[in-house]
Design a protein around this ligand. Structure first.
Ligand SMILES: *Cc1c(COP(=O)(O)O)cnc(C)c1O
Length: 456
């Protein structure tokens, strides 16, 4: 008789975890009352714990997963790559996966982006774009350009440079003394529009502040950095493409770069492959990560123009090269996962199918609009957010200390859906392999959770 396997319980793993692992973006003391959930396996939109309980991953594991966990196509591509080459440095050396990925990214991104610089996570891509923009102006004999313009409520990552150009207070303020100064401009965020005003009108009106900032500071500004269409970490606040149109035109007029941080919104989240397409613009730098590898491996890229690349292309003695690197830059496995992800986009009608899924999310959440504690239901493509408020007519938010969103999170876990509200905003950003039935489940659990969270 074979000995029976000792059962590994959630509780045993959670206890081991909590004795050694310091988790990201977490007040660890919360785990005195919140469960830590060890995951044994994943399949499609589902994550399964060690006791067989499954969780629908409604937030794509922090917005990275596109085509499900353990996707057979991406798995197969990785297995093949694994038998060939796992990694090589990318200075002086290259490999087919990096070359092919760079070629494919150039062909699918907006026109004019022709050079691809690799890094290994989103924040690093932001650091690269900021440094490249500054360095470009330096190489072009404009050393006075040292500042960046950012939008209120923006988020670009957690490393010091990325944090400096972000404006979500919760993440930024503690480290304020360490951060470079930026020029901060009011956001085109349509939640702030007047009653009866269209989103486009509000976004257009908000542009006045950007125009003023550029007029006043263009000489000292390297670039404007934005998250096109959706400020994701900033509570999924959304704005109209017209803002990007106006911004592109103004950046050209004032001789300032435009950095599009499509780390969260890229790869179909907003309905188009890239959010910039909805304004028909091409930025000077485009940062990609998260969905780039389908949620498999850390990788990021910064795409830029040939004219920017050329400003660094010189005899070595001029010391104008971009001497920036990360050890895992252009990792072969990560590049292969990205190629398999792009294959799924080109071999299936992903964006078209997503339109149907997005429409289903819209109709499934229709009734939320009438809820006495829902100020707004907003949607851009595959991102749908529900803003909870204490007082609907006055749009008075719940005090953050009440942690209403945490109540929704807890209810979700008890009922097999991984929701992870941002403060008072409950949102869905599911993998594209979700079914309509699964959307219904996700929405039903969120509805009950919200009901519970606003009950007292
Ligand atoms: C997640 C995110 C980043 C940072 O990416 P990391 O890989 O987490 O460092 C930057 N910008 C945006 C818009 C993001 O959503």
């Amino acid at each position: 008789m074979p000995m029976s396997q000792p059962t590994i319980t959630n509780a045993a793993l959670a206890a081991r975890d909590l004795s050694v692992v310091w988790h990201p973006c977490t007040q660890m003391k919360d785990h005195e009352h919140l469960p830590m959930i060890p995951i044994r396996r994943g399949e499609g939109v589902w994550l399964e714990d060690f006791e067989g309980k499954r969780y629908l991953d409604a937030i794509s594991s922090w917005w990275v997963n596109l085509f499900g966990h353990c996707n057979p196509d991406i798995n197969a591509a990785l297995v093949e790559q694994l038998g060939t080459l796992e990694h090589t440095l990318l200075a002086g050396f290259t490999h087919p996966a990096a070359i092919e990925l760079a070629e494919r990214l150039v062909s699918v991104t907006p026109e004019g982006l022709e050079k691809v610089f690799f890094a290994d996570n989103g924040s690093s891509a932001i650091e690269v774009a900021l440094k490249m923009s500054f360095h470009y102006w330096l190489n072009r004999n404009k050393p006075g350009k040292t500042k960046f313009i950012t939008l209120e409520n923006s988020y670009h990552g957690e490393t010091l440079g990325a944090l400096a150009v972000g404006n979500v207070e919760l993440y930024r303020d503690t480290y304020g003394p360490l951060l470079m100064e930026t020029i901060r401009v009011p956001s085109p965020d349509c939640y702030l529009r007047e009653q009866g005003e269209s989103c486009a009108d509000y976004s257009r009106r908000a542009f006045v502040h950007m125009e003023q900032a550029l007029e006043r500071h263009a000489d000292e500004v390297c670039a404007v950095i934005v998250e096109p269409l959706v400020q994701c970490a900033g509570s999924m606040r959304m704005y109209d493409p017209v803002y990007l149109d106006l911004l592109r035109e103004a950046c050209d007029r004032y001789n300032v770069h435009l950095i599009a941080d499509e780390i969260a919104v890229g790869f179909g989240r907003t309905g188009t492959l890239f959010a910039c397409e909805q304004a028909d613009i091409s930025p000077d730098f485009m940062c990609l990560s998260k969905g780039l590898t389908g949620g498999y491996l850390p990788l990021s890229t910064v795409l830029t123009r040939a004219s920017i690349y050329e400003a660094f292309y010189q005899d070595y003695e001029k010391l104008s090269a971009f001497l920036h690197s990360h050890s895992y830059t252009g990792n072969a496995l990560a590049c292969r996962a990205a190629l398999a992800t792009l294959d799924i986009f080109s071999n299936n009608n992903v964006l078209e199918n997503n339109h149907a899924l997005a429409a289903h999310m819209a109709s499934a959440t229709e009734d939320f609009r009438e809820h006495p504690h829902v100020a707004e239901v907003r949607q851009t493509g595959m991102i749908l957010a529900i803003e909870l408020v204490k007082d609907k007519p006055g749009r008075v938010p719940y005090a953050w200390q009440e942690r209403r969103g945490l109540e929704v999170y807890r209810h979700g876990l008890e009922n097999c859906v991984l929701l992870r509200p941002l403060g008072n905003v409950v949102y869905f950003m599911p993998p594209y392999v979700i079914s309509k039935d699964e959307i219904d489940t996700m929405v039903r659990v969120a509805r009950d959770g919200i009901q519970k969270a606003v009950a007292d």
